[in-house]
Design a protein around this ligand. Structure first.
Ligand code: PLP
Length: 651
């Protein structure tokens, strides 16, 4: 059914497909997101099952029924399984097609999302492929040794290593696991051999090469001469000599490189592979019995759907990537006369990004364009106000870009005159109101002029409104702040209605950086997001593709703590096609305060004592003091975000 056209004169009828295009959902959504007839955003977490699209608004309703407050992280656990099978399947297909003689296996780098359920689901989904884990620290290895008990699956140990980290790895060998310690710097090799002797096991050793090829995108510096990790070719040869000296050449099992995350350009992948494969073949020719070629991570996610080498995009598909890995490795190995190694991927972003989203609520907005102050001419009005009105009157196709310049200049002059005491408060308000009227009229003119200069697009961002959202970017989407990562944001309902407000998003931290002002768009991210006018009803947004790095890297800015979280599984038998398998409460105010060395119990006792003093002094009744003490304690136990379910009056 096609919804009727709304009252906006700017275009014809608005259809749900318009929403798919407006938010570029068809470009970054991987075919999993859609819009229902009633204008709700839908997700299909298990496309190959009997369960169809799930409405995000039904998820919100279920979350509310469970008594869970927003903002909430929603994990679609089925999507983890799907991504694992997609990655393994793509490699299996290319291996078959190319007649490649090695096997494929993956390891999930725990740092991308350390949540136990995430790690568990990935390992379980990859059982058939002996999917393993990668650790970059002692704590991650402690987890990996428990989570990966398949004797055939790899546990790859990366990162800087002290004695206990190495001993832990060797303990894993003793437990019968395929734990491979990857040497990042020469001095680690002797230490690994020592740790292995101490525990009495034969170590499995990998070598991380420092490639001359630099990555592309945000993490380009993870490769190249100045890279933090990896061995130069000279150091690899020194390692080979040391292994020979200690009679441990047979322990050399794996070759590895990682040129950084989110590699945006496929040409970089090809370059790195060619260089890596050549080093690998050379090492085998030197007599090292390497069995695994580990291509690291870097397989990117197209967050904006542009299919370009923009930092938030990628210019290749999974198939392109996999075929390049297999093709180049086969070619170099065949030319060097060395056997095809088994291939390992440490892809993390690709596996997890799509499985989770943040659901949040808009609770207010700030209008930038204010035109409700009177501007009719008055006696003795200052010339600058008159000038602004004159600009407004002259605007037309022949006076367009120049009008914009004149208005900007006049506005600046008016502020200057105000500071010098020449313009009154009233006159400044009139000049500024007229300025916004000029901007509005210029935007209307866009339809009548033949060419809209680039500069005039500034207007859109300048006139955009700010929607206040109940969440903290520092907790939930830290990369949008730290590195300018673009993540797609979409209203979860009203998608059958034309969005009429261009907006940016502000969070509830007291930090002016706490905002989102880059949005998924093609070919470039956009400065504004079209949203619906707030109509007094609740308005919900989703931030998507947050499953990699985002929800485990957040911090406690302003003491906004961890979000409530729900884990959703699809099930045909359930109404709506899904159920919440588990809900995890986010941090309470008391919990985040404890992390900062406060003692909530002592704080509550202190407040109680002070209230009692006030009672003794006759400043309040005992009943009042008990009620306030209870209220303080309730606040300590409460969620750190705004309680919009109950409203400002607590009802
Ligand atoms: C971070 C990291 C990864 C994961 O990279 P993605 O781009 O998320 O796939 C893999 N290997 C190593 C060594 C890493 O440091």
């Amino acid at each position: 059914m096609i919804p009727p056209p709304d009252s906006n004169p700017a275009g014809g009828a608005w259809h749900s497909e318009d929403a798919l295009r407006t938010y570029h959902i068809d470009r970054w959504g991987g075919g999993l997101l859609g819009v229902s007839e009633s204008g709700e955003l839908t997700i299909t977490p298990a496309p190959d099952s009997g369960v169809g699209a799930i409405s995000m608004m039904e998820v919100i309703a279920e979350v509310a029924r469970e008594g869970i407050s927003l903002p909430v992280v929603v994990r679609f656990q089925d999507l983890l399984r799907r991504q694992v099978l997609k990655l393994c399947g793509a490699f299996a297909a290319a291996i078959e097609a190319e007649g490649y003689r090695g096997r494929f296996t993956g390891v999930f780098p725990i740092k991308v999302n350390q949540m136990r359920e995430v790690v568990e689901d990935i390992v379980e989904a990859g059982e058939g492929y002996h999917f393993g884990l990668e650790s970059g620290s002692k704590a991650e290895l402690l987890a990996a040794l428990v989570m990966n008990s398949d004797p055939e699956a790899l546990t790859i140990v990366n990162g800087y290593k002290d004695r206990s980290y190495l001993k832990l790895a060797m303990m894993g060998r003793k437990l019968g696991r395929k734990v491979v310690v990857v040497i990042e710097k020469f001095s680690e090799l002797g230490a690994v051999l020592d740790a292995a002797e101490e525990i009495g096991v034969r170590p499995l050793i990998g070598f991380r090469a420092k490639l001359a090829t630099r990555g592309s995108g945000k993490w380009a510096d993870s490769g190249g001469d100045k890279a933090k990790f990896g061995l130069t070719v000279a150091e690899i040869l020194k390692c080979a000599a040391l292994l020979r000296d200690r009679g441990a050449t047979d322990c050399a099992k794996l070759f590895h490189f990682h040129i950084g995350s989110q590699v945006t350009d496929i040409r970089t992948v090809k370059d790195a592979l060619t260089e890596g494969a050549r080093i690998f073949a050379g090492m085998v020719a030197e007599g090292m019995p390497l069995e695994y070629f580990d291509v690291g991570g870097g397989l990117g996610v197209d967050y904006i759907g542009a299919k370009s080498d923009n930092e938030s995009s990628i210019n290749y598909t999974l198939k392109d990537y996999v075929e390049d890995v297999i093709g180049i490795l086969k070619e170099v190995c065949d030319a060097g006369g060395v056997p095809h190694p088994n291939i390992v991927s440490e892809s993390g972003r690709m596996l997890t990004a799509c499985h989770s989203c943040v659901v949040l609520e808009v609770f207010d907005k700030r209008k930038t364009v204010q035109t409700d102050y009177p501007t009719t001419e008055v006696d003795g009005e200052h010339q600058l106000v008159k000038n602004m009105r004159a600009i407004l009157g002259r605007i037309g196709p022949g006076y367009y870009q120049e009008a914009y310049h004149d208005a900007l200049q006049t506005k600046a002059d008016a502020v200057q005159a105000f500071k010098l005491g020449v313009l009154s408060l009233d006159e400044r308000a009139r000049a500024e109101t007229l300025f916004w009227n000029v901007c509005l009229r210029l935007r209307e003119q866009e339809h009548d002029v033949e060419f809209v200069p680039e500069e005039m697009h500034e207007l859109e961002a300048a006139m955009s409104e700010q929607y206040f959202c109940n969440f903290s970017i520092f907790q939930s989407v830290p990369d949008t702040w730290a590195i300018g990562q673009v993540l797609p944001v979409v209203p979860l309902h009203r998608l059958d209605e034309r969005p009429t407000v261009l907006s940016t998003l502000a969070d509830i931290t007291c930090d002016s950086d706490g905002k989102i002002d880059k949005f998924a768009a093609v070919p470039q991210p956009a400065d504004v997001l079209p949203l619906h006018e707030l109509d007094g009803e609740r308005y919900f947004l989703g931030i998507f593709l947050t499953g990699a790095y985002q929800d485990v890297m957040g911090d406690l800015h302003n003491l906004f703590g961890q979000l409530n979280e729900v884990h959703i599984y699809t099930d045909e038998a359930e109404e709506g096609g899904f159920y919440i398998e588990e809900s995890l409460p986010g941090s309470s105010a008391g919990e985040v305060l404890s992390m900062m060395q406060y003692n909530p119990k002592a704080m509550a006792a202190d407040i109680k004592k002070r209230l009692a003093q006030l009672v003794r002094g006759g400043a309040m009744t005992p009943r009042q003091s008990v009620a306030l003490a209870d209220f303080y304690e309730d606040c300590l136990k409460s969620y750190t975000y705004l309680d919009l379910d109950r409203g400002a009056d607590g009802t």
